[in-house]
Design a protein around this ligand. Structure first.
Ligand SMILES: *Cc1c(COP(=O)(O)O)cnc(C)c1O
Ligand code: SF4
Length: 352
């Protein structure tokens, strides 16, 4: 496929780019999906697409389908309950020692399974100067805030000048030890992370981490790996967040390839998220049993560096909990436990 020069932002653009058949334009369900949820597919992602959402793990993440028109009763507008913990605009404060700072609502791509799909989109306004100052004042006034996680939207969509302003402002708050960015840009628009962006991310004092959202090994193209190398070479610690998705990475082989490719690119797998109850995403969800079986199959077979924590963001704003398989039984009346090894064999452990 020849490289499209710009991001596809409509069904018509996707037809033009050859990723949707022309008949898609006559599908009323798909037309409704395009009205309800933002569309954006970058040229780098268009280049990677090799099939349809039914058979290609890249297309499935970014190309809208009529399946999104189906919502189930348990799905919600705010699946992880951010609204309940937003004390000032742009801040979510759920855990005592850390806050989310959301300076904007736009993303380089709009993932079809997005947990914030009702909040993100091209229309959403960024924080203005007064709102940004108010968010900083909230952080500065609370010494228990040890870490600030900058998310959105995608903060790497900001100009290098604005990224530098955020890093400098947080670096100036003595109790903020860690500044963590969450972004999908290194895999979907890697050229955007140029020298100016890398320089903007350097703090004088605080540790800077970047969490990269990546769900399939094929997303780690040579350009994406070069982008990650620029960040790692600048002393930035790289983590990954992946979402476990039906039809994208719900096999041992796909997860193994993904985690190995991340670690080889100097990115430490951090979380494997169970998919959230966002509207119109039931075709991406799988049972927790299946996620646990996948995690069990990876244990031992892959280096410990390649093992993220499997987590669920509990609906209603209760935060994330690890939901991976357990390898230790409850203690019996003599205090003995059974511990399961990576082959599935149980071993007695005299526990005190
Ligand atoms: C996910 C999340 C965090 C970060 O949690 P970690 O487990 O530290 O990665 C912080 N605040 C909120 C509101 C979150 O949803
Ligand atoms: S990059 Fe993240 S916030 Fe943006 S659409 Fe994808 S999942 Fe949602």
């Amino acid at each position: 496929m020849t490289r499209a020069p710009t991001t596809a932002r409509s069904l018509a653009d996707l037809v033009e780019a050859g990723t949707l058949p022309r008949t898609a334009l006559a599908d009323p369900a798909l037309a409704q999906v395009a009205l309800d949820y933002a569309i954006a597919v970058t040229p780098d992602v268009l280049d990677l697409i090799e099939g349809t959402p039914a058979d290609d793990p890249i297309a499935r993440q970014f190309i809208p389908t009529a399946q999104e028109a189906t919502t189930t009763p348990e799905e919600r507008d705010d699946p992880i309950g951010d609204h309940a913990y937003a004390p000032v605009k742009g801040i979510v404060h759920r855990y005592p020692d850390r806050v989310l700072l959301k300076p904007l609502h736009t993303c380089p791509v709009y993932c079809r399974f997005c947990f914030r799909r009702e909040q993100v989109g091209p229309g959403g306004a960024a924080l203005n100067e007064a709102e940004f100052e108010a968010a900083l004042a909230y952080i500065a006034a609370r010494p228990q805030i040890w870490e600030v996680i900058i998310t959105g939207g995608d903060p790497f969509m900001l100009s290098p000048r604005r990224i530098a302003r955020i890093v400098e402002a947080l670096d100036a708050i003595a109790h903020v030890a860690v500044i963590r960015f969450h972004t999908r840009v290194p895999v979907v628009d890697p050229a955007r992370v140029d020298t100016a962006v890398v320089d903007a991310l350097k703090a004088r004092r605080a540790a800077v981490y970047v969490g990269v959202h990546c769900n399939h090994a094929r997303e780690l193209t040579p350009a994406a790996r070069a982008c990650l190398a620029r960040l790692a070479d600048a002393g930035i610690v790289l983590l990954s967040q992946s979402v476990l998705l039906r039809g994208v990475n719900d096999s041992v082989e796909a997860l193994e390839a993904l985690f190995r490719a991340l670690v080889a690119a100097r990115v430490r797998p951090y979380y494997l998220h169970h998919p959230d109850l966002a509207r119109g995403t039931s075709h991406f969800r799988l049972p927790i049993d299946e996620g646990q079986a996948l995690m069990r199959a990876l244990r031992g077979r892959l280096s410990g560096l390649c093992q993220p924590t499997y987590v669920l963001d509990i609906p209603g704003g209760h935060g994330k909990s690890p939901i991976g398989p357990s390898y230790v039984s409850d203690a019996d009346s003599d205090g003995r436990r059974a511990v399961t090894d990576f082959r599935g064999e149980r071993h007695d452990y005299p526990d005190g």
